[in-house]
Design a protein around this ligand. Structure first.
Ligand code: PEP
Ligand code: MG
Length: 652
């Protein structure tokens, strides 16, 4: 046992061989003269910096270890360099100085946030300290989330004056209503409030409240305090050691240095990257990854190694643009129905409704002809943005009744616009009602009942592709039929596709437009009969949202009522809609791929359910020999990294 509290020639400290907050290759640490180790972590005294580099706003006036005990600092610096070269990773070092003699207590691989992990991995690779594979394995796919974290809008920040400054312990931006206790944080956050937990310091009893908060702000403590370590581990926005605020815990307020008083429930905003606290609710923006050199270098290594392709689920041209920036290699799922939601959808939605409530094929065809223009425009725009990358366009999937209004006022408006009586319209809408629409008249079943709906969509896809090809653009549409369970459905729809294709090639297009024809596999029967499905389908895309729903018999929309009990009682390990159930649903996928490729060896296989962006599930897809995963734009970098790690793990 050695003691750091034996007088002014004794001290204790914690240091990192590189900065765990941003990854910079600089020796970084804190120490306290005449103190024991727990005094540094407890955050009761403000620790001093070991060197000039480690100075911050709170500690800049304190003498450094380098200045106070230069010989000992030199010795410590020599050890830290040797330790990092020996262990080939950033080390977290604890040391004690007893009566002028340095003792190394322990060292271990240091925890770091995502930003630091990416920088350290790429820089250590460039320094030849580690190889490419090690660099890729060093970053947890979910750590990339931190690089994609929202930040405070720069303009809003420039226009505001910070009311306090503390230590930037957890990067990113956050805003929320101030709470002063873990109980209130949990209570308010459970009701959907965004909260920021403000404490003098935190302890393990605060973990629930910290978890539920958008961010954490403490008035005491250093970069190695409890709040800083926990928040860093989670990648949560956090400011510690904010001595500019004085907390009146009894009366639930804090007072900032310049006199501003913030009460419980008031909004504040934090810049965790710079340690700044603002009064009010500033807007948040997404970060610009283009500025992050280390991220780009890591992704270059990732792309050299990964085998699995990563596509995106994009429903709008805006999503497609975003996904390309994140490195998507195509669109794995373009849900056509999304053009009927949101901004600018009034006219196409009206035409769709007109089509839905039509009573004859002639009426329906008239509405479809009008709708065609919008569908073609949307598809053409998206294919233009994707610039030659494959685009999988799924035909209309949801049950039609989802698109018709049900309240009186909206029905009245529609009846007027359609020129039919409210009564007649009501009857037609009522006829669409289903007790279980998720298992009802949706997906390919719509195309079987109303072939003209398929026809219109195929014409829109092929004409768009044809016009782009003739304009010198590269396009590759993949036509995907949803919710199939038998190869006969695929044969039925293929006949329509071939007929329209011949018409388009004959009348519209001088060049022959190419496409691929495939299906989603989202019904267990389709997976089991995959050898038959692959006779018609040139590609499979596993729709694991529906496949999970139909394998478990859990309704996607109603799982909230019982899932918490299943998780609490450990009947299920995880929510199967988030993490792919590899044992059950995964087995169906394995069978589907095996049987599909037994008929068509070059069958292209992907996944487009939510699991396509979950790192564990991506690794599983790699093991099963899929060609690609497809996920939402923001999950693309995570999936790319997971795919590279899967390739490395498979070799090992
Ligand atoms: C799926 O079922 O996995 C899928 C991607 O389709 P959706 O979520 O649109 O039903
Ligand atoms: Mg589905």
């Amino acid at each position: 046992m050695v003691f750091g509290n034996m007088g002014e020639d004794s001290a204790t400290g914690v240091a990192f061989t590189r900065n765990p907050g941003n990854g910079e290759n600089n020796f970084y640490g804190e120490f306290l003269v005449n103190a024991q180790g727990e005094d540094v972590v407890a955050g009761i005294r403000t620790p001093a910096p070991i060197n000039d580099y480690s100075k911050n706003a709170q500690s800049k006036h304190l003498p450094t270890l380098e200045a106070l005990m230069p010989e000992i600092y030199k010795q410590l610096d020599g050890y830290q360099k040797r330790l990092e070269v020996h262990y080939k990773d950033m080390q977290d070092i604890e040391f004690t100085i007893e009566k002028g003699k340095l003792y190394m207590l322990q060292c271990r691989v240091g925890k770091r946030n995502g930003i630091a992990a990416v920088r350290m991995a790429t820089e250590m690779y460039k320094e030849s300290l580690i190889d490419r594979e090690t660099a890729i394995m060093r970053v947890g796919p979910n750590q990339l989330v931190e690089l994609l974290l929202p930040m405070l809008d720069m303009k809003a920040e420039q226009a505001a004056t910070p009311i306090a400054k503390g230590l930037p312990a957890g990067p990113g931006g956050a805003k929320g209503r101030v709470v002063f206790s873990t109980e209130t944080a949990v209570e308010w956050a459970s009701k959907g409030e965004r909260v920021i937990l403000v404490r003098e310091e935190t302890s393990p009893e605060d973990v629930d409240g910290m978890y539920m908060s958008q961010a954490i702000l403490t008035s005491k403590g250093g970069m190695t305090s409890h709040a800083a370590l926990v928040a860093r581990g989670w990648g949560k926005c956090c400011i510690v050691g904010c001595g500019d605020i004085e907390i009146g815990i009894e009366h639930k307020f804090f007072k900032a240095k310049d006199g501003v008083t913030i009460h419980e429930g008031d909004w504040i905003s934090l810049n965790g990257t710079r340690g700044l606290v603002y009064e009010g609710s500033l807007s948040l923006v997404d970060v610009d990854l283009d500025d992050n050199k280390s991220y780009k270098e890591l992704m270059k290594l990732v792309d050299e190694v990964k085998i699995l392709k990563v596509r995106t689920n994009a429903d709008t041209p805006k999503d497609a643009t975003q996904a390309l920036r994140f490195g998507a290699e195509g669109i794995g799922l373009f849900r056509t129905e999304h053009m009927f939601y949101g901004e600018g959808s009034e006219e196409p939605l009206f035409l769709l409704r007109k089509m839905i409530v039509s009573k004859s094929e002639t009426e329906r065809r008239q509405a479809l002809d009008d709708l065609f223009i919008y569908v073609k425009k949307d598809i053409k725009e998206t294919m233009t943005i994707m610039d030659g990358h494959p685009v999988t366009i799924r035909l209309l999937d949801p049950p039609l009744h989802e698109f018709v209004p049900h309240d009186r006022a909206k029905l009245q408006l529609l009846s007027k616009e359609l020129g039919i009586s409210l009564n007649v319209l009501r009857k037609r809408v009522l006829a669409l009602h289903e007790n279980n629409p998720m298992l009802g008249h949706r997906g390919v079943r719509l195309g079987v009942s109303y072939p003209e709906i398929t026809e219109m969509q195929i014409r829109a896809i092929l004409e768009a592709a044809c016009e782009l090809t003739e304009a010198g653009k590269k396009v590759f549409p993949e036509i995907m039929i949803p919710v199939t369970c038998t190869v006969n459905e695929l044969k039925h729809q293929r006949a329509i596709v071939d007929r329209v294709h011949a018409q388009v090639c004959d009348k519209v297009c001088k060049t022959k437009v190419d496409f691929a024809y495939g299906t989603m596999i989202e019904i267990p029967r389709a997976a089991l009969k995959a050898n038959h499905m692959a006779i018609e389908a040139e590609f499979f895309s596993f729709g694991t949202n529906d496949l999970t729903q139909m394998s478990f018999g859990f309704s996607r929309d109603d799982i909230g009522g019982f899932l918490p009990n299943y998780l609490d009682q450990k009947i299920l390990r995880a929510d199967p809609f988030q993490t792919l159930d590899q044992d059950g649903v995964g087995e169906l996928i394995r069978i589907g791929i095996e049987r599909g490729r037994s008929t068509r060896p070059n069958l292209k296989v992907g996944i487009c359910g939510e699991h396509g962006g979950d790192a564990e599930s991506v690794k599983f897809c790699h093991k099963l020999g899929m060609d690609y995963v497809s996920c939402s734009p923001f999950r693309v970098p995570i999936a790319r990294l997971a795919a590279a790690q899967a390739a490395i793990e498979a070799k090992q």
